[in-house]
Design a protein around this ligand. Structure first.
Ligand code: GDP
Length: 182
């Protein structure tokens, strides 16, 4: 899955995807890294990652994005998954309220094992399925404000806001990193 790029880059960032199983994490990643969508669930178990190079303010930022690849089903995610990550997409499924209720649990894990300055984007995925919506946008926006997260609804299926969510995360990480290197 990883298509590592050899070009010289100004920054290399690690970011992770978290959230319940089935919310669309691997499809968000394959949409962002390869512009692909799968109707079936992921076929494999094991950590996966993908790279993408992004230009931010004239700098080339290489972002390595890790996907849980099904391990969250077995509560098998360890601290090494989060180690060194500067950003996270914390994903729930707008059609399953239980996945939204678990956001606080995932947030605790991110804050316990992740970098204290980690940029966290709260992502309500599957917004194409608005007829089956169980989580209102306002409710999620409220949580995001309380927890100081950036919030966005996405559809990996319809390719809606996927690029924007990842790019927002990378831009925010870059802003923090470039302040430190001034
Ligand atoms: P993960 O376990 O969080 O990595 O979830 P997957 O990416 O494997 O997706 C789980 C299921 O949800 C698959 O059947 C996908 O096709 C479906 N899915 C993922 N994203 C979307 C989306 O934006 N809209 C719709 N309708 N289905 C989606």
């Amino acid at each position: 899955m990883a298509d590592s790029l050899d070009e010289d880059c100004d920054y290399l960032f690690k970011a992770v995807l978290t959230g319940d199983s089935g919310v669309g994490k691997s499809n968000l990643l394959s949409r962002f890294s390869k512009n692909e969508f799968r109707f079936d669930s992921r076929p494999t178990i094991g950590v996966e990652f993908a790279y993408r190079n992004i230009k931010v303010a004239d700098k080339l930022v290489k972002t390595q994005i890790w996907d849980t690849a099904g391990q969250e089903r077995f509560r098998a995610i360890t601290s090494s998954y989060y180690r060194g990550a500067l950003g996270a997409l914390l994903v729930y499924d707008i059609t399953r309220v239980a996945t939204f209720d678990n956001i606080k649990k995932w947030l605790r894990e991110l804050r316990e094992f992740g970098n204290p300055e980690m940029v966290i984007i709260l992502v309500g995925n599957k917004c194409d399925l608005h007829q089956s919506r169980e989580v209102q946008e306002e409710e999620a926006r409220h949580l995001a404000e309380l927890e100081n997260l950036f919030f966005m609804e996405t559809s990996a299926k319809d390719n809606l806001n996927v690029e924007e969510a990842f790019l927002e995360m990378v831009r925010r990480i870059h802003a923090i990193a470039s302040q430190k290197t001034l």
